[in-house]
Design a protein around this ligand. Structure first.
Ligand code: 13P
Length: 286
């Protein structure tokens, strides 16, 4: 069933777990994520990022995400990830997305807060939820388009707890994306996360914290982040890698022709396996 991100994150808060928010770039991605969450009976977030528009446009995949979310046996939120332009947020809301992220992290605090307030007001008329971000996560999102930057160079951009509190008070958002050591895409060195910063921010804002750049974080570090207040974890690169590498292996082992329908089935199989493991960790099932 289709619900808002706010409602899904309230469920996560009660259970002290995090909800996986998986970026969608294909029908097979939706099938893999929903089959895994239904098998584990756990809520999930399907999200679309405008940076993937060239792979599949939002106007094509958005309605499919919504239709499949409505038919799912578990709660599903359909979310716009990294909308850095209010007109993109409006398009997603008009389509029926139950949640949007306004990403003004490249702007000044004041500009980001002012635009986020507009986003909150706009989403409110659709009864949709809003995520926003302060601090920077590494601008080059998603590995197939550009690899992430190294964590250590980013330390100066980590979210400041005092600023986070001011930002939440002035905007009225439902969840805050924070920077504490994760980056989008593949890590060049092992990520070193600032767990203490997560609890400091959580204590000040009392809202769900969103981790971006979930790929490459160890299961142990995920658990620590969740215990400190992370409730939504954005995850894509490793999902895409799992599907792609399995397809590569199968294709290389195949004799004769490879049919495209085989490729889609191999992709779903491998992505589902990856999502099953990820959700088990986020939901404390292993
Ligand atoms: P990864 O691709 O690093 O998992 O990050 C996804 C993300 O944060 C989407 O916003």
């Amino acid at each position: 069933m289709l619900i808002t991100m706010k409602a899904i994150l309230e469920l996560a808060e009660v259970k002290n777990i995090a909800i996986g928010a998986f970026n969608i770039t294909s029908l097979e991605g939706i099938q893999a994520v929903l089959e895994a969450s239904e098998e584990l009976n756990q809520p999930v977030i399907l999200q679309f990022a405008p940076v993937h528009e060239a792979i599949i446009p939002m106007k094509v995949i958005g309605p499919i995400m919504l239709m499949m979310a409505e038919r799912a046996s578990v709660p599903v939120a359909v979310h716009l990830d990294h909308g850095d332009d209010l007109s993109i947020l409006k398009k997603a809301l008009d389509m029926g997305f139950t949640s949007v992220m306004y990403d003004g992290s490249a702007l000044t605090f004041e500009e980001n807060a002012a635009n986020t307030r507009i986003a909150v007001e706009m989403a409110g008329t659709y009864a949709a939820s809003v995520e926003a971000e302060i601090g920077a996560m590494g601008r080059q999102e998603f590995s197939s388009i550009g690899e992430g930057e190294e964590g250590e160079a980013m330390e100066g951009c980590y979210t400041d707890p005092e600023q986070a509190e001011r930002f939440v008070k002035t905007t009225g958002i439902d969840a805050l994306a924070c920077s504490f050591g994760t980056v989008h895409g593949l890590y060049i060195t092992e990520p070193k996360l600032d767990f203490d910063r997560i609890s400091q921010i959580k204590n000040r804002i009392g809202l769900p914290i969103v981790m971006h750049g979930g790929s490459g974080v160890s299961d142990q570090d995920f658990r620590k982040c969740i215990n400190n207040g992370v409730r939504k974890i954005n995850y894509y690169t490793y999902l895409a890698k799992a599907g792609g590498m399995h397809v590569k292996e199968k294709a290389m082992k195949s004799e004769g022709y490879v049919y495209y329908h085989d490729v889609t089935l191999w992709g779903i199989e491998a992505m589902k396996k990856d999502v099953l493991h990820t959700i088990r960790v986020f939901s404390n099932l292993e």
